[in-house]
Design a protein around this ligand. Structure first.
Ligand SMILES: [Zn+2]
Ligand SMILES: [Zn+2]
Length: 165
């Protein structure tokens, strides 16, 4: 890794009760333009860094886990600061707590994690113009088709190590 990549990615909520650290580079970063993410963020898209749960280290505070409906119907569990209620990361149904979707905007240096793919661009707000070379799909995609090999290996190991549910 370069010196820049070896710097940890630290983040937290707005009231600073929760502070966390990503102890590895995320496996992949999604920019999701689905209507559900638009509603949950109140904005045009959500930016999520996918990483193994055991590589998200709480440095301070604790999180409150809120069961929330999701587009898939399987639900998502959103971890929020119990004081200021900012959402820090989610787990989606099916993967259990093996992989977390960390809200990139809660990192101290979110600029370091630009999206690897834009998903659900079928509902992208029209004023959001993607770079010409951006990887983008109208809905979802198969990780095996897109992710780098080392990220796929990490993902498979995380899913194999934890019970699904
Ligand atoms: Zn807080
Ligand atoms: Zn979404």
């Amino acid at each position: 890794m370069s010196p820049v990549e070896s710097q940890p990615h630290d983040g937290g909520c707005t009231c600073r009760h929760v502070r966390y650290r990503l102890t590895a580079k995320p496996m992949f970063v999604h920019c999701c333009h689905c209507r559900w993410c638009q509603r949950e963020t109140g904005a045009a898209f959500a930016l999520n860094a996918l990483i193994e749960s055991d590589r998200v280290k709480l440095l301070h505070g604790d999180v409150e886990v809120i069961d929330t409906p999701s587009n898939s119907g399987k639900g998502q569990r959103i971890s929020r600061c119990p004081k200021c209620r900012i959402a820090l990361w989610s787990n989606y149904g099916g993967g259990g707590d093996a992989i977390r979707f960390v809200r990139v905007g809660t990192l101290d240096e979110p600029d370091r994690l630009p999206p690897d793919i834009h998903i659900f661009t079928g509902s992208k707000q029209p004023w959001v113009v993607l770079p010409a070379n951006a990887l983008a799909v109208a809905e979802y995609y198969r990780s095996a088709d897109v992710w780098p090999r080392d990220s796929l290996e990490r993902r498979n190991a995380a899913l194999a190590a934890k019970p699904r549910g």
